[in-house]
Ligand binder design. Structure first.
Ligand SMILES: [Zn+2]
Length: 173
């Protein structure tokens, strides 16, 4: 897959991440088969489960109720994900990574996390990386500087919508 399409789908994942109601972490995921979108997801509670402020404020409760972006994308896909690619705004946690591996996706692409995010989740991210290597899943992480948004023609509004989303995404890490 070209950097142009990777950028487009990462931009879409960034856009979708903003739909999350989680006040502290908003993650978006897009599953593709070639250039076709198979499914999308963002982190949140199951449909119908009330995202009340006190539940979102209680860390343990929130962790127990939250379906991760990658999990939601897998659930909503309702199909075999063999050889699909998964685009995520953040590097997948080990629990999502193992599920993605089990679904036999071939590639996981994400935006390189900020230093702050890395320092908080270093052990988890290392574990995910180890699993990708052992299971033969390709993992690619793009530094924001690597992405040329103009080449990808993904600016859909004056002022650079994608750039704004990405800036916000990076700042809130
Ligand atoms: Zn996860």
């Amino acid at each position: 897959m070209s950097i142009k399409w990777d950028t487009r789908f990462l931009g879409l994942a960034a856009h979708i991440s903003a739909w999350s109601k989680d006040p502290s972490s908003q993650v978006g995921a897009v599953i593709t088969d070639g250039n076709r979108i198979v499914s999308v997801g963002y982190n949140g509670f199951a449909a119908g489960v009330e995202d009340r402020a006190e539940r979102l404020a209680d860390r343990n409760c929130k962790l127990n109720l939250t379906i991760h972006a990658e999990e939601n994308a897998m659930i909503f896909a309702k199909r075999d994900l063999t050889s699909c690619t998964v685009y995520v705004t953040h590097p997948p946690c080990p629990r999502c990574a193992s599920k993605l591996i089990q679904e036999e996706v071939k590639r996981i692409v994400c935006i390189a996390p900020s230093e702050d995010f890395l320092s908080r989740w270093a052990d988890d991210l290392k574990l995910s990386q180890e699993m990708y290597q052992e299971a033969g899943v390709e993992y690619q992480s793009y530094d924001i500087e690597q992405i040329n948004v103009d080449d990808a023609h993904i600016t859909v509004a004056p002022g650079g919508f994608f750039k704004k989303v990405m800036n916000r995404l990076l700042l809130r890490d």
